[in-house]
Ligand binder design. Structure first.
Ligand code: CTP
Ligand code: MG
Length: 229
C-alpha cells in the first residue's frame, strides 16, 4: 500500500458578516498582503501537501486577482451555503485522485498566523490514528454555562478546549461524516461532524496566536502576532 498523501482544504467562501468590511475578510490586506494569500503561503511553507483545494464562492470577483491563484499546487472548488458545504465541495474535487486513507487538513482561510511547526506537530501526533484530530487550545479562564443571562454551573476547565484549525481527518471518514450530517446547524467544524457519527477525534495543543480573524479588531491583533513570529 502507498504511504498516505496529505491534502489541504481551505474554506474561503464566507462573506465575513461579523467583520463588517467592504469585502469578505479573507480579501482584506494584512501587512501588505491579502489574508487568504498569507494563509496559503503558510500552508505551502509546510512543504507537505500534494495539493491545496480552496473553496471559493461562485460570486467571488477577488480570487482570480491574486497571483497565488495560478500556483500549480493550488486547485479551486465552488464554495457552498455553509462552511461544511464548502469543505464537502472541495472533497468532491479531490475524489478521483485520493485514497480513503489519505489525510485532509481543513484550515480556515481566516487563520493566516498558522505556523508550519503547528502543522507538523498535528501531523506527527495524529498520523497513526484511524480517524484524525485537531489543533485546539486549553482554556485559561474559568468557564460558566449560561442560560438566559444566568449562570447554571461552572464547567471543568480541564475538560473544555477551544477548537482551532487545521482539523485533520482521513478522506473517507471526513467525507462520510459531512455527507451524513449535511444541513445540521450544529456542524460548525469538521470534528463536530465526526463526533455526531459516533467517531472520536484526537486533540493536539496548538499555538494561541493561531487566531481566526472574525471581528474588526482581529486584523490588528493578527498583524501583531505576525510581527512577533
Ligand atoms: N466559509 C466557507 N463557506 C461558507 C462559510 C464560511 O468557506 N459558506 C469559510 C470562511 O471563508 C472562513 C471559514 O469558513 O475562512 C470560517 O468561517 P467564519 O469565520 O464564520 O467566516 P465567515 O462565515 O465568512 O464570517 P461570518 O460568520 O462573520 O459571516
Ligand atoms: Mg461564518
Amino acid at each position: 500500500m502507498n504511504l498516505p498523501q496529505y491534502y489541504a482544504v481551505v474554506p474561503a467562501a464566507g462573506v465575513g458578516k461579523r467583520m463588517q468590511a467592504d469585502r469578505p475578510k479573507q480579501y482584506l490586506s494584512l501587512q501588505g498582503e491579502v489574508v487568504l494569500a498569507r494563509t496559503l503561503k503558510r500552508l505551502l511553507q509546510a512543504n507537505i501537501f500534494t495539493a491545496i483545494v480552496v473553496a471559493i464562492s461562485p460570486e467571488d470577483p477577488y480570487w482570480t486577482e491574486l497571483d497565488i491563484s495560478t500556483h500549480s499546487q493550488i486547485l479551486t472548488a465552488a464554495g457552498g451555503k455553509e462552511r461544511a458545504d464548502s469543505v464537502l465541495s472541495a472533497l468532491k474535487t479531490l475524489e478521483n485522485q485520493v485514497d480513503n486513507n489519505d489525510w485532509i487538513l481543513v484550515h480556515d482561510a481566516a487563520r493566516p498566523c498558522i505556523t508550519a511547526n503547528d502543522i507538523h506537530k498535528l501531523i506527527a501526533t495524529v498520523s497513526d490514528d484511524a480517524i484524525g484530530g485537531i489543533l485546539a487550545l486549553p482554556s485559561h479562564d474559568t468557564l460558566k454555562q449560561v442560560e438566559g443571562g444566568a449562570i447554571q454551573q461552572t464547567l471543568d476547565r480541564r475538560k473544555v478546549w477551544r477548537a482551532l484549525t487545521p482539523q485533520m481527518f482521513r478522506f473517507g471518514v471526513l467525507k462520510q461524516a459531512l455527507e451524513q450530517t449535511q444541513g445540521n446547524p450544529a456542524i460548525t467544524d469538521e470534528a463536530s461532524a465526526i463526533e455526531l457519527i459516533g467517531l472520536t477525534a484526537r486533540i493536539v495543543e496548538g499555538r494561541p496566536d493561531n487566531l481566526k480573524i472574525t471581528q474588526p479588531d482581529d486584523l490588528r491583533l493578527a498583524q501583531f502576532y505576525l510581527e512577533q513570529q
